[in-house]
Write a protein that binds this ligand. Structure first.
Ligand code: DX5
Ligand code: ZN
Length: 229
């Protein structure tokens, strides 16, 4: 994947129909999704439980774009290999997941996958200062992770700007995740983010039987981001 900083929309399947992931993934990709964002939660690092490696392996054949696996788990190192084997294209770990995020990123890169580092809303941008040379992406959480449909945390905009400054001209994406919609995405894009996770703002109003709203929602988020550049 050559480095491309154009706007990317990555719907989170946490907001999809849990009885129909294969067809939901096909639907969002047909409706314009650039990536598929898979929210892995362990009921320990975050107060919710979602997908193990077997579930991600089941999603894999349906993903034709790019499967971005967001590990909201702690400890994270013991599971990196399994999510890589399951077919993740990118594996994103939280800087708060343990004492050795530098080693975690080394371990993700050793699998040959793209490596991302995520920060919760309370974690300062400086936490990734010594991790950037190992990262293909920095994920700025704009909600406290665990659930879709939460309220956007406005301080994320300033954090995106700080991280974009720290990155300089290195080929590193900035992704934002949580409460992203046409009203919040513009300020984030203007601050330097290029990849946007959206769950409720993409899936709202649509279904596998009626996917057109997915496309309308994706286009609205993309247009609002591009208008801000
Ligand atoms: C939250 C997840 C997000 C969430 C986004 O813990 O990491 O990816 O699914 O959902 P919305 O876009 O509805 O805030
Ligand atoms: Zn996520």
């Amino acid at each position: 994947m050559s480095f491309d900083r154009s706007i990317k929309i990555a719907p989170s399947i946490l907001s999809a129909d849990f009885a129909d992931f294969g067809r939901e993934i096909q639907a969002i990709e047909a409706q314009g999704a650039d990536w598929v964002h898979v929210d892995v939660m362990d009921g320990h690092f975050v107060p919710n439980l979602t997908f193990g490696p077997p579930a991600v392996a089941a999603f894999r054949p349906h993903v034709k774009t790019f499967m971005d696996v967001h590990l909201m788990i702690a400890p994270v190192d013991p599971y990196i290999e399994a999510y890589a084997e399951a077919g993740a294209d990118m594996i994103v770990a939280h800087v708060e997941a343990g004492p050795h995020p530098h080693r975690t990123l080394q371990a993700i890169r050793a699998t040959g996958r793209k490596a991302g580092i995520a920060l919760n809303p309370g974690t300062p941008a400086s936490a990734v200062e010594y991790l950037l040379d190992l990262a293909d992406m920095v994920l700025v959480m704009s909600v406290n992770p665990g659930f879709g449909g939460q309220k956007f945390i406005a301080s994320s905009v300033q954090k995106v700007a700080q991280i974009r400054q720290m990155i300089g001209d290195r080929e590193i994406h900035i992704q934002v995740d949580g409460g992203v919609d046409p009203n919040t995405v513009g300020a984030l894009a203007a601050a330097g983010a290029d990849c946007f996770v959206a769950g409720s703002a993409v899936f709202r109003g649509g279904s596998v039987e009626n996917p057109a709203p997915y496309g309308e929602n994706i286009r609205a988020i993309r247009a609002a981001a591009e208008a801000a550049l």
